[in-house]
Ligand binder design. Structure first.
Ligand code: CTP
Length: 400
């Protein structure tokens, strides 16, 4: 994936144990196509050495205000010119205090003051330092000044205490940094999604399910957050981490999924049904484990509610998006579902192209016709779908 292709990121590293995560972040950014200029403070260099960052980024590390590499001796200004963002990770309590007061006594703090690109900071400190009124005052001031504060997380700390102040993980910083650089066509909108399979219990240990991995739904949830939406994800049983900023509700069966959707529905602007909801459930789930018996066993099934159709049929329905995974005749089936379920958009794909894997090839069916998205990684496809939803919502808004 080339999420940062053509982008230069300035990564400031101040003196905290979490500096080791900055090395991992540099690696992720490079892998995603970024150019990374690392600026180490004197204290930062106590935790991770110059050689590490140099090897990871393939560039020399910046440390001194008077670095002779810039012809004009203006490293403190020129380094952020043309950069997509300046991210300080970890940012110590001391560094946040300096920033809040506009101090500029070393290369990194001077760069922050003289920047012409967005500034993001990832605080990392002991919980008492984080909770201290002085730090909270400084953070509030930085927010008011337009600085993005990433984290901190809550958890175990290097000092042995537990609380808020842990720096976010490298992958979380990566996601937040990427999200901060995206357009926000869904700002102010609330999006509700279903994802994954459902599990219809037969007895306490067995059930009917399917091979949906949930990856497409989770990627879409993440893409909606990146686009500025407030996102709720109702997830069937999947082993996937919750995307940053998403409110997640875990369910098992189709009936539980329906219940959770109906509860979360008021106030939603968009509903996206990505889940592979079981069409049928056992008429009765046995209270105890079904024992081996005669040669054959007949299961009686009954139909599950169609969650998407039910949401779309409501008078106050949000903009509804469905998925059609077909094994043949994609266009006819997908368009048929769109009309039958009264959906604004159907995302169609052939099961052989998407199920379970990391990539997908989809076609979007809306009132204006079919639009083919290029085959890509599921995250990239998700971003394409979200951009299309946003443009349809924009049009719909224009018509009202
Ligand atoms: N869906 C749903 N609730 C169900 C079944 C499906 O919300 N009980 C949603 C899915 O999340 C998906 C869309 O409806 O967005 C299409 O589901 P699909 O099962 O393909 O549609 P069906 O009308 O059941 O058609 P098929 O005969 O192909 O199963």
């Amino acid at each position: 994936m080339n999420e940062f292709q053509g982008k230069r990121i300035v990564l400031g590293v101040t003196g905290g144990v979490a500096a080791y995560k900055a090395a991992e972040l540099a690696r992720l950014l490079i892998k995603a196509g970024a150019e990374v200029d690392v600026v180490l403070t004197t204290a930062g260099a106590q935790f991770v050495g110059v050689a590490t960052f140099q090897a990871l980024t393939g560039r020399r590390v910046w440390q001194a205000l008077w670095d002779e590499r810039m012809d004009n001796g203006m490293a403190h200004i020129d380094l952020t010119r043309g950069a997509a963002a300046l991210l300080v990770a970890p940012a110590t309590a001391d560094f946040l205090a300096k920033l809040a007061h506009g101090l500029a006594d070393d290369l990194l703090s001077t760069l922050c003051l003289a920047r012409n690109c967005p500034l993001l900071v990832a605080p990392a400190m002991n919980r008492q330092m984080w909770e201290n009124p002085a730090t909270q005052r400084n953070v509030a001031q930085l927010r008011a000044d337009g600085v993005s504060i990433l984290g901190p997380a809550h958890g175990e700390q290097a000092c042995g205490e537990t609380g808020a102040g842990r720096m976010l993980e490298a992958s979380e910083l990566f996601d937040d940094l990427y999200a901060s650089m995206q357009a926000k066509p869904l700002a102010g909108k609330r999006v509700l999604l279903t994802a994954g399979p459902t599990f219809e219990a037969l007895d306490p240990v067995r059930g009917l399910t399917n091979s949906s991995s949930g990856k497409m739904g989770f990627s879409l949830a993440r893409a909606c957050v990146e686009a500025g939406a407030e996102v709720t994800l109702i997830a069937g049983p999947v082993a996937l981490p919750t995307p940053r900023g998403v409110r997640r509700v875990d369910v098992q069966s189709a009936l539980q999924m329906r219940e959770a959707v109906m509860q979360a529905l008021p106030g939603q602007s968009v509903f996206i049904g990505v889940a592979a909801v079981a069409d049928y459930r056992p008429r009765q789930a046995a209270a105890h484990k079904i024992k081996k018996g005669p040669d054959s066993l007949a299961l009686e099934l009954e139909a599950n509610p169609d969650i998407l159709a039910e949401v779309a049929a409501r008078p106050d329905a949000p903009f509804c998006v469905g998925f059609a995974a077909e094994s043949r005749d994609l266009a006819a089936y997908a368009e048929g579902k769109r009309v039958a379920k009264k959906l604004g958009l159907v995302v169609g794909n052939l099961v052989q192209d998407g199920l379970g894997g990391d990539t997908n090839a989809v076609t979007l069916f809306d009132a204006a016709g079919a639009h083919v998205l290029p085959p890509a990684d599921k995250s990239e496809v998700a971003r394409g779908i979200v951009a299309h939803i946003a443009s349809l919502m924009e049009k719909r808004h224009g018509q009202h």
